[in-house]
Design a protein around this ligand. Structure first.
Ligand SMILES: CC(C)(COP(=O)(O)OP(=O)(O)OC[C@H]1O[C@@H](n2cnc3c(N)ncnc32)[C@H](O)[C@@H]1OP(=O)(O)O)[C@@H](O)C(=O)NCCC(=O)NCCS
Length: 174
């Protein structure tokens, strides 16, 4: 985790309203890596980040990864069902990833995460938030558009091995 991600405010658990009980947004740690790899595979195969890529990513400079746990039933501890990451390079914030377990999609978790990343980028003084999204990813495009992101460019064959184009989208913050 970046030094910036370790300050007290950033680490505070924040309750979020999602209809999943009272899950809390929290900063992710190395202990989350196995579950993160599982979710990646579920959501992004065949271009999912591997465990080693995730390990590197979580520890890289300027990153802020957060997630939401949801209750699993009486005797099972809550587990991570949604996650997202921001990279602040001193100038702009980049949404590195955002994913919600298919079992709990469309309950507002993507919104909670995206709003948290944008708020964090704003706090850090970012000029804008940028992201890449597959041109055929309708749910994500709808989510980003709803939050004011606009298409800035099309990047040909950005996603491999799928060989699919990406849109670069941006949200100006100042
Ligand atoms: C994109 C994603 C993160 C959205 O998460 P989510 O928790 O389901 O999103 P929310 O419930 O907050 O939905 C917010 C809005 O996004 C849009 N949206 C979300 N899922 C949608 C879908 N399947 N179809 C159309 N619009 C959708 C809607 O506008 C929705 O608002 P509404 O439910 O009031 O209509 C989730 O679908 C996901 O994890 N997808 C796979 C991974 C991925 O593609 N990540 C993005 C990489 S760029």
């Amino acid at each position: 985790m970046s030094a910036g991600a370790r300050d007290a405010d950033a680490d505070a658990e924040v309750p979020v309203a999602t209809g999943l009980g009272a899950p809390a947004l929290r900063v992710l740690t190395e202990a989350d890596l196995p579950r993160l790899a599982e979710l990646e595979e579920l959501l992004f195969a065949p271009s999912a980040w591997s465990l080693s890529m995730l390990t590197e990513e979580l520890g890289a400079q300027g990153r802020w990864y957060v997630g939401v746990d949801a209750p699993q039933g009486d005797d099972t501890p809550p587990r991570l069902v949604a996650y997202a990451g921001l990279w602040f390079d001193g100038d702009v914030g980049q949404v590195m990833t955002i994913g919600v377990d298919p079992a709990v999609q469309r309950r507002g978790l993507g919104t909670v995460l995206l709003e948290a990343l944008v708020a964090r980028a704003r706090e850090l003084g970012a000029q804008a938030v940028l992201l890449e999204v597959r041109v055929d990813n309708e749910p994500a495009l709808a989510l980003y558009r709803r939050h004011g992101f606009e298409v800035l460019a099309r990047r040909r064959r950005y996603y491999q091995p799928e060989d699919v184009d990406a849109f670069t989208m941006g949200l100006p913050l100042r």
